[in-house]
Design a protein around this ligand. Structure first.
Ligand code: SF4
Length: 364
């Protein structure tokens, strides 16, 4: 990064500047309480790591929504992939997925039982592995929001080795936001996800802002980015506005990355899908189009759709994902449920709200 770039970055982390914005938020929030939701694991990390909640005035609350793709992956899908790994195929996926408890088992348990589960950084690793072992079936468990789906789409579109197929559990964020708004969740505005917005663009939230009369602010991940985003929502609420504000213009455009969206649309079609702990959300999933059936593990292995799913007994992840409670509100937090012995998915993933809260619990 250039010296100029480093200087700009430093200013986005400047505590004095952040404190100044906190004062502006306090002034704008007087007599104007505001409950804000973000839907991004990296925003949750940024907010918690920088201790931003402690800088907000009384009456301004920022809650985490369903911004962790691993956390909302149905336990039934995890079970199905774990079963495949025990004799039918090698399953490749990201590291944090392996430890997530399914309904009956997990990929980690499948590994301990001799199953073939391999941690990869992306589908390109799975392609290399499948190429090296042509006599073995491979299934890539492809997880993520609009951020990771384009790369998966590009790889599938280029053509996969005959012994590699993909199980897609990719999900879309705007339909989840709409689902929450339609369900009447109590929020005054959204901090829209930064990474997802680089792909879909800030304009993708216009319909939601108009239909539900809520401010939608695209924000970056530095402390000043987040605080300016909060200030904009509080300000809009006070003024009775409900607009989309793109405050992350250094990475997000109005129309997003059109080539990435085109790649996704070519390979995937939109489907209703199950979000663990939340329910079935219309039009929020991406499954492979019929033309790519030969690369679709769901077709190749006759896997059905994930059934309605719940969290492990006693786990409050469903409420955490809906912003109803903070992790500390779950009776198991830090006691029976810790990163080394997770009970729910939110304690496993690095983007999980509980895992982030646990990591920084003594800092603030
Ligand atoms: S602390 Fe553990 S059990 Fe409780 S909500 Fe979080 S992940 Fe689930």
């Amino acid at each position: 990064m250039s010296r100029g770039g480093q200087g700009i970055l430093a200013s986005f982390r400047d505590r004095a500047l952040v404190g100044k914005v906190a004062k502006e938020i306090a002034a704008a929030a007087k007599g104007n309480p505001c409950r804000i939701m973000h839907v991004c694991g990296t925003h949750e990390w940024a907010i918690t790591h920088a201790g931003l909640r402690g800088m907000l005035p009384e009456g301004v609350e920022v809650v985490a929504g369903p911004g962790c793709p691993v956390c909302v992956t149905p336990g039934g899908e995890i079970d199905a992939l774990a079963e495949l790994a025990c004799g039918r195929a090698a399953v490749t996926t990201f590291g944090d997925v392996v430890r997530v408890p399914g309904r009956r088992t997990s990929l980690a348990r499948a590994m301990a039982d001799g199953g073939d589960v391999r941690v990869v950084y992306g589908m390109s690793d799975a392609i290399r592995m499948a190429g090296r072992e042509p006599g073995k079936e491979f299934v890539h468990f492809s997880i993520g929001f609009e951020t990771t789906a384009p790369m998966a789409a590009l790889e599938v579109g280029r053509g996969l080795p005959a012994n590699l197929s993909v199980f897609s559990t990719h999900k879309l964020i705007p339909p989840a936001m709409e689902f929450l708004l339609r369900a009447g969740i109590e929020v005054d505005g959204f901090i829209c996800p930064g990474h997802v917005s680089t792909i879909i663009g800030a304009d993708a939230y216009r319909g939601l802002a108009e239909r539900y009369r809520k401010p939608m602010v695209v924000a970056g991940f530095e402390p000043l980015d987040v605080m300016l985003g909060i200030l904009e929502i509080v300000r809009q609420k006070r003024a009775g506005e409900a607009a989309v504000s793109n405050m992350y213009g250094r990475a997000v455009s109005g129309r997003g990355n059109e080539a990435a969206v085109e790649a996704m649309e070519k390979v995937f079609e939109i489907a209703d899908t199950e979000w663990r702990g939340i329910g079935r959300i219309p039009g929020s999933g991406l499954r492979l189009r019929g033309e790519y059936a030969a690369s679709d593990a769901a077709v190749r292995f006759g896997m059905g759709e994930a059934a309605a799913d719940s969290m492990p007994a006693g786990c409050g992840c469903g409420d955490v994902l809906l912003g109803r409670i903070r992790p500390e509100g779950c009776a198991l937090f830090g006691k029976a449920c810790r990163p080394e012995s997770p009970i729910g998915p939110c304690m496993v993933s690095l983007e999980g709200t509980c895992s982030i809260a646990y990591k920084y619990r003594e800092k603030f």
